[in-house]
Design a protein around this ligand. Structure first.
Ligand SMILES: [Zn+2]
Length: 277
């Protein structure tokens, strides 16, 4: 168990990055996923940010945001299927409990983001939550369930029974919280922008998976569904994050996955916040 909780504020919003776990994917994992980059280029890109390709790590970072009486979770982790499972303990570190979560916003529907919505015995993990997902992503998910992921159908059924709000990809969810379209990794993936007191946090989910993509935003992993969309999406949102000096969160970067983006030549530099756990 490696529960972790990193508490921070965005204006009047109380936020916590929570660890669900993760795994070392190493050089083999990176090279298998980034087939357009050479091993030498990947090693260099990791070395340039002070990391080792051989120890490349894919984290699962969950965001919790408390706004007035609302407690919002962004994605729900993998629940040990097969990775993750530390989110309940990380929630406790944040002084929270699954019953206090009022809304779960789903950025996209890959298993490592939605498996944690059901407990091991098929009950809703967050008994008092309603669910929010982009209309486009739900359609994408239902097609994938039909074709090759029937085991995920109970998650959709549960969400529909409990209250599922379908949003457009650029819709205000509640005041201060807005969906931002980031298509490419999946067709309906959204980022979530939080704005309070002149401060901004944008959760960019799986728009980027590794620290080497800041210097190489043109590199996409094999699991980006449409790289003709994911590359321009990545450039556009990294530019926006840099220009707006927004705090940024990524789901798979080393915990807590938080930092700021700076422009550097035709690409970007990542300035991670140090994790204090
Ligand atoms: Zn994904």
């Amino acid at each position: 168990m490696t529960e972790k909780c990193y508490v921070f504020n965005v204006g009047s919003f109380n936020c916590a990055a929570l660890a669900d776990g993760g795994s070392v994917i190493g050089a083999d994992g990176i090279l298998k996923r980034f087939t357009q980059a050479s091993e030498a280029d990947c090693r260099q890109a990791y070395a340039d940010v002070g990391l080792s390709l051989d120890e490349a790590y894919s984290a699962l970072n969950i965001l919790l945001v408390k706004i007035g009486g609302d407690t919002i979770l962004i994605d729900a982790g993998e629940a040990g299927k097969p990775r993750g499972g530390d989110l309940p303990a990380s929630l406790r570190l944040a002084g929270a409990d699954p019953a206090v979560v009022t809304r779960v916003i789903i950025t996209h529907t890959h298993g490592d983001h939605v498996q944690g919505l059901l407990t091991a015995d098929g009950q809703p993990t967050y008994p008092n939550a309603a669910y929010i997902i982009s209309r486009t992503e739900l359609a994408f998910w239902q097609q994938r369930i039909e074709e090759r992921a029937p085991d995920q159908r109970p998650i959709v059924t549960m969400m529909q029974a409990r209250g599922l709000r379908l949003i457009d990809m650029d819709e205000e969810i509640i005041p201060g919280v807005t969906a931002v379209p980031i298509p490419g990794h999946t067709s309906g993936q959204i980022a979530v922008m939080f704005e309070s007191g002149g401060q901004k946090l944008i959760h960019l989910a799986d728009m980027l998976h590794t620290p080497m993509q800041f210097a190489h935003p043109e590199w996409s992993p094999t699991f980006d569904a449409d790289t003709s969309q994911s590359v321009p999406t990545r450039r556009r949102l990294l530019e926006r994050a840099a220009d707006e000096n927004a705090l940024v969160m990524f789901y798979h970067l080393p915990f807590p996955g938080l930092g700021r983006v700076r422009r550097a030549g035709g690409a970007f530099v990542w300035e991670p916040l140090a994790a204090s756990v």
